[in-house]
Ligand binder design. Structure first.
Ligand code: AMP
Ligand code: GLY
Length: 423
């Protein structure tokens, strides 16, 4: 590959902002374009829809793009990597078949069973097997986990407290609660433990593990209230110690990569393992085929190595030669959200406090600039404030202080991010 490369990053959230920040530090970078991007300015925004592959190709051809980095899952599940298979541009992200690990919960569960990867007991149900599904629910203990098979914008998982609720939910899902995404429903045994997110990069042969993170999904403090895209994140995760990570590697990462190879899936990109630590034993809750958000906002600052080199390793099957080093400091991200999120919320509020110099990173998520150059809110998750410090307690305090300083009408954030991991 060339010494200096031009990169097109697809996406517009906090995850892509953190990636753009990291990519922009690489001595290997020529131009960085972000499509469609937000109000952050680590690259040049281009008004491209990542799902319009033909438009993406035209941009690649006219702007001498060497590499496309795919942030979100939808273009991968729709086959963007296959679309560019014959094209010289390198794509960071798996092919359509590999993306089924995230695109179909049923496929993911059956894959885990085929390859003896620890996961919750389950049954996959369709209209034809509705009655058996109801019986399977009766065989489980409460609470009950029901998942739409297909992509449902992160909302397709329902935890039902009672058997009656679970049966109603199964009926609603099969009757189209999530459109076609819930034509198949995966019912799972509920696992009790603490979650963490492990990120693997692979070139199809070798793999490297990025810093481990934990996200905070519930909107309210002490993990109460509805699920969100993520209200904050922390890395490292003290309970993901050497012994636990050894189990993750042997019982999950290696069998997953071996399984992909055995099934003839040439997987190049990220594998995100959503894990439950059940008394020291890791179980896979879900696979994703992209980085997590807001986990990326704490993983990128803790990655001490050049990410463009890692991307090149993924694309050219030279990952084994690429260092993946961790910054020993802790990172904590606190997400600012709009009033009402994850329900309905207003956009277009001016964000203030961004002129103050900060020792904290400000990763834009749902933001845009107006014609006067002011930064406005443009989504439910608005901005991640990320601190690096010698320990989690200090990083959490710094991120929280910055979350109080940056402001807009209706701002909300959780004040307890990462405090559960501080003794
Ligand atoms: P997912 O979209 O698969 O990440 O599920 C959303 C959330 O539901 C997860 O982050 C967990 O908190 C919870 N969850 C999913 N599956 C299970 C399970 N089998 N046992 C307990 N909690 C689960
Ligand atoms: N933070 C979880 C996710 O990105 O799916």
């Amino acid at each position: 590959m060339k010494d200096i490369i031009n990169i097109l990053l697809l996406g517009s959230g906090g995850r892509e902002c953190a990636m753009a920040w990291k990519i922009s530090q690489s001595p290997r970078l020529g131009n960085l374009y972000v499509a469609p991007g937000n109000a952050a300015s680590y690259g040049t925004n281009v008004p491209l829809n990542p799902m319009d592959f033909e438009a993406v190709r035209q941009f690649v051809d006219t702007h001498d793009i060497d590499m496309i980095v795919v942030g979100p899952e939808n273009p991968l599940v729709e086959g963007i990597a296959d679309f560019f298979e014959e094209h010289p541009v390198k794509i960071i992200g798996p092919c359509r078949e590999g993306a089924r690990l995230e695109g179909s919960k049923e496929f993911a569960k059956e894959f885990m069973v085929r390859h003896h990867i620890p996961t919750a007991r389950f049954m996959s149900v369709t209209e034809e097997t509705r009655e058996q599904g109801m019986h399977f629910l009766e065989s489980l203990q409460p609470p009950y986990v029901l998942k739409a098979d297909g992509l449902a914008a992160g909302k397709g998982v329902i935890i039902a407290p009672t058997l009656a609720d679970a049966k109603d939910t199964l009926a609603d899902m099969l009757d189209g609660m999530f459109g076609g995404a819930s034509d198949t429903v995966v019912i799972e045994e509920f696992l009790t433990g603490i979650e963490c997110s492990v990120f693997v990069v692979t070139d199809g042969e070798d793999y490297k593990i990025l810093p481990v993170a934990k996200d905070y999904k519930r909107v309210g403090e002490k993990d109460c209230g509805p699920n969100t895209g993520g209200m904050g994140a922390v890395s490292p995760v003290p309970f993901a110690d050497n012994e636990f990570m050894d189990r993750v590697t042997r019982q999950i990462v290696e069998p997953t990569l071996k399984g992909l190879k055995e099934e003839g899936i040439n997987y190049k990109g990220f594998i995100f393992l959503g894990l439950m630590n059940v008394e020291g034993n890791p179980f896979v809750i879900e696979y994703n085929v992209r980085m997590g958000d807001p986990e990326t906002e704490v993983v990128m600052p803790r990655l001490a190595s050049d990410i463009v080199e890692i991307f090149e390793g993924i694309a050219d099957s030279t990952l084994a030669l690429k260092p993946v080093e961790e910054d020993p400091r802790a990172a904590v991200a606190v997400m600012l959200t709009s009033k009402g999120y994850p329900g309905t919320y207003e956009k277009g509020k001016e964000i203030t406090g961004l002129d103050t110099p900060a020792d904290v990173l400000r990763f834009h998520a749902g933001t845009r600039r107006d014609t006067l150059g002011r930064v406005l809110t443009d989504g439910g998750r608005v901005m991640a404030l990320v601190a690096l410090a010698p320990d989690i307690a200090e990083a959490a305090a710094m991120a929280k202080a910055e979350a109080a300083q940056v402001d807009f009408e209706g701002k909300y954030f959780r004040r307890d991010i990462a405090t559960d991991l501080v003794d």
